[in-house]
Design a protein around this ligand. Sequence first.
Ligand code: FDA
Length: 440
Amino acid sequence: MKSPLMDSDVILDVVGIGFGPSNLALSIAVDERNTGLPADRRLNALFLERQPRFGWHRGMLIDDATMQVSFLKDLVTLRNPTSDYSFLCFLRERGRLIDFLNQKTLFPLRAEFHDYFEWAAERVSHLVSYGSEVIAVEPVRDDTGRMTYFEVTCRDAAGSRSSVTYRARNISVAMGLEPHVPPGLELSEHVWHNSDLIPSATRLAASGAPVRRAVVLGAGQSAAETVDYLHRTFPEAEVCSVFSKYGYTPADDSPFANRIFDPEAVDIYFSAPAEVKQSLLDYHRSTNYSVVDMELIEALYATSYREKVAGRERLRFLNVSRVRGIRPGDGCGLDVAVEFLATGEQQALPADVLVLATGYRPRDLAPLLGNAAKLCLRDDGDAIRVDRNHRVATVPELTAGIYLQGGTEHSHGLTSTLLSTVAVRADEIHRSLLADRTAA
Ligand code: FDA
């Protein structure tokens, strides 16, 4: 039966764009708070997700990869420790609570946390439309010139031509980051971004094509995981890790530095002057960017040393080096030109695959937001101005709300694109939505 929330004539309180962990956390906050309220006091929410079903970085669900955030920073616990949407409740339902505890870790497997997200998403599936890619958001102007709601248009992501338009007093934009491909390089059958690692490697393995050499560009967590994964998956292949640093930098997850991910740190960061914000980002960059878990660094080093001892080195580290270009290869798929930066010397590495573990970038929201983007106010650095409750500051005629989850590092700090504060942020947005509705 069609849910009443799917009726495109209704003006919804909030439409979520993207249904990753950020909007999933918000949908749970909405659902929990709606429970028991009379219909006229419930927030009407709908979340639009372009994937056919819930999926969190599926391309990097490497079997032994673990979370880099404590399970207590799940979708709900910091907002409501008694919520039955917690990771612990998930474990109890799966019959693994005691087994998990015996592991004595705060950091579950990434694949297990994915199952947890899926389990939670399933429970709020009445609020989600999958296979719905949002292609336009347009504020609607009334006779007085005021814009109190948006029209949000999405198309069937499976490729049918049909599109649906919803009306919403607020939107919560949580579309995540997009894979970064460095200038001069292009994705192809032989050149992948690590965000597609598992499906691409699985296809290659199934094709039976020989994999003699794989080159991985980058020195962050994803790069190190990719190197390790390819080395295990293709036992005949040489795996070359290319990066401009001298060696991998360990992630700083020490307790004092970790406080930069606390909800209170968001308050402090938000109210700090621009130069203090910048220095906080610079000081604590090594908690998140271009860094690798120490355990993985040590495991890779141990593998490489073991191979030295055995006299067959499949794992190679081309440090102080850059990929300068690629061209089609004779025997292998590619010739990768690698420059040793210390001398400028170049070598051509024949390779069957090049994986770009070159990070992610915030999405440009302007094309999606259309005219609404022009009504957003900007700060001195030309970034979108966002209030403490994650709501974009706009011209006064636009009273419909745009909430941003992600892409707000300039205003809210390092947690903007991470999981640490999703539960708290969902609470802040939910409260703001309620306050707005009461005021209207
Ligand atoms: P996320 O990217 O997860 O979701 C965005 C969603 O929007 C996607 O489902 C996408 O399909 C959808 N979408 C995009 N455009 C759309 C459109 N036009 N219409 C409809 N839907 C659209 N952080 C952390 O704190 N701890 C950790 O352990 C990790 N681990 C980790 C591993 C890997 C491999 C990566 C790549 C990243 C992490 N992260 C992380 C950081 C990561 O960004 C974070 O965990 C969340 O994915 C952020 O959730 P969001 O919902 O904001 O974005």
